[in-house]
Every structure is written in structure tokens, then in C-alpha cells.
Design a protein around this ligand. Structure first.
Ligand code: NAD
Length: 260
């Protein structure tokens, strides 16, 4: 589905980003990986991707809080592969706490990673997409880009901001065969989810099933975590030629959370 395409996925050393990169590679794309982690683990990811899919993968440790490094990341894609067809702005971090107790540095960091990094990546990628005659931009937002929840001020503000950015970029590129969309996952089954369950079981002394249903998935009507593969499969479709008319959309994968 993505044969011959080049995709850059930010924050792809773990979780959803890594899943998206794997699906893109399996669909035939060359991929640029990015994110933090132990060098040996990252080497294993890059090697695994190459051997499992036969595709070419390169990696950059660019820090998504730094505009100069984001520009270098886009340049790496262009220098390595000569083009950039798909940009996935996925890198993201989370913080829980009442709005009047969010440390200012934490607010600034979340806005930088979860919102501004997408702006910088998009402004660096667009000239190449325009030269090539098209492209796909996919922003990984959240259900908290569409609704609020207590204790998530910085995250929800950044993710709501991503939806605004998505719409404007879509409108500005609508006649250029470039699409820009946001995927809005609810709770996704990542390694972090297991850690949260264990922590809440300990804190509340409740059975595991009750913690999952009534605490972690309280807002998610279908009472199941989405799988990383569900997000990755949808991102692969959005990146494909078949999704040419979908642009400016905020697309939930949230088991009905935002249908409330
Ligand atoms: P994760 O923690 O598993 O992965 C985050 C990735 O971002 C990692 O590769 C990490 O190294 C990278 N990263 C973090 N800060 C960075 C920085 N400054 N520069 C470069 N890379 C950086 O997270 P995840 O759960 O897979 O989340 C991925 C995206 O999906 C995020 O944007 C998150 O907000 C969104 N999301 C996740 C869920 C969920 O349930 N997991 C739900 C909704 C939305």
C-alpha cells in the first residue's frame, strides 16, 4: 500500500509510534525512526524492522523540543531517501495534576513536545511535499483533543491545539494533493497501560478487572483498550492513496468515549 514511499514517524522508539513505523515498513515504506531510548534497544528496533520487512530504516535521536533538531530530522529523511511522503507527528508526553499545581516547566515542555514539535516538523516538511506534488501529514492527538478531563490541563490544551493546526494545514494545502489529519485515540494498550493497572491495583486495593473497567476505562464505553495495531492500521490507510479525500479531520479511535 505504501511501496516506494518515505515516512517519518516522530517518537517511534516505543508504543504507538513504533507500531505505526512497523506497519508502514510492512506496507513497503522506507522509514525514519526517532525518539529516546537505550542505544542497544534502538539498534535492535532498526535492525528488526529491516530484517522483518526488507525495508530501509534510519534513526535520529532529534529532541522534539528543539526546532533546530526537528529541522535536522526532516533533512535526514530527505538526504537519506531523496523525498518525504508521510509525516507522522506522534511524539508525546503526559502529565497529571490540578491546573494550579502544574509546574511551569512541565507546561512548557508538554506544549513543546505535544504541539510545537508538530508545527516545526510540518513547516520543514511542506516544501518537500509541495516539490514532490503531494504528501500525507498525520498528527497523533487524543480523545483529550476533543473533550476535557480533570487534571490534564497541559496535555488537553496541547492536543486541542493540534486539532486547530490540523484543520488549518489541511485548508492551506487542500489543492496540493497534501492531506493533514489527526487521529484521536482513547486508551491504548501500550506497556504504560500495564504499569498503570498495577499501580492502581496497589493504590486502591481493588481487583484488576474493576480497576480496568471503573478507573482506567471509566470514560471508554466499549471497556477495552484499543490495540496499537488498530491505530497503526488506520494510520497506514490515511497514508495511502485511497485516503486522498480525507483531510482536516479529527478521527477518534476511542470506543465511543467522545460520543458522550
Ligand atoms: P510512549 O511513551 O510509548 O512513546 C512516546 C515516544 O515519544 C517515545 O518514542 C519517546 O522516546 C518519544 N519522545 C518523548 N519525548 C520526546 C522528545 N522530546 N523528542 C523525541 N522523542 C520524544 O507513548 P505512546 O503511549 O505510544 O503515545 C504516543 C502518542 O500517542 C502520544 O502523542 C500520546 O499523547 C498519544 N496517545 C496515546 C494514548 C495511549 O493510551 N497510549 C492515548 C491517546 C493518545
Amino acid at each position: 500500500m505504501l511501496d516506494g514511499k518515505v515516512a517519518l514517524v516522530t517518537g517511534s522508539t516505543s508504543g504507538i509510534g513504533l507500531g505505526v513505523a512497523r506497519w508502514f515498513a510492512a506496507a513497503g515504506a522506507s522509514v525514519v525512526l526517532n525518539g529516546f531510548g537505550e542505544p542497544e534497544e534502538i539498534d535492535a528496533i532498526v535492525e528488526g524492522l529491516r530484517s522483518e520487512t526488507g525495508t530501509t530504516a534510519v534513526y535520529s535521536a532529534a529532541d522534539m523540543t528543539r526546532p533546530d533538531e526537528i529541522s535536522g530530522l526532516v533533512n535526514l529523511a530527505l538526504e537519506s531517501f531523496g523525498r518525504l511522503d508521510v509525516l507522522v507527528n506522534n511524539a508525546g508526553i503526559f502529565h497529571v495534576g490540578p491546573v494550579d499545581q502544574v509546574p511551569v516547566e512541565k507546561w512548557n515542555l508538554i506544549l513543546a513536545v505535544d504541539l510545537s514539535s508538530a508545527f516545526h516538523a510540518i513547516r520543514n516538511a511542506l516544501p518537500a511535499m509541495r516539490r514532490q506534488g503531494g504528501g500525507r501529514i498525520i498528527n497523533i492527538a487524543s480523545a483529550l483533543a476533543l473533550v476535557g478531563a480533570p487534571l490534564t490541563s497541559a496535555y488537553a490544551a496541547a492536543k486541542h491545539g493540534i486539532i486547530g493546526l490540523t484543520k488549518v494545514v489541511a485548508l492551506e494545502t487542500a489543492e496540493e494533493n497534501i492531506t493533514c489529519n489527526a487521529i484521536c485515540p482513547g486508551n491504548v494498550w501500550t506497556p504504560l497501560a500495564e504499569a498503570r493497572i498495577t499501580e492502581q491495583v496497589k493504590t486502591h486495593g481493588l481487583p484488576r478487572e474493576q480497576v480496568i473497567r471503573n478507573l482506567l476505562l471509566a470514560e471508554q464505553p466499549n471497556k477495552r483498550f484499543a490495540l496499537i495495531e488498530e491505530i497503526a492500521a488506520f494510520a497506514t490507510f490515511l497514508a495511502s492513496d485511497a485516503a486522498a479525500s480525507i483531510t482536516g479531520a479529527a478521527l477518534p479511535i476511542d470506543g465511543g468515549w467522545t460520543a458522550h
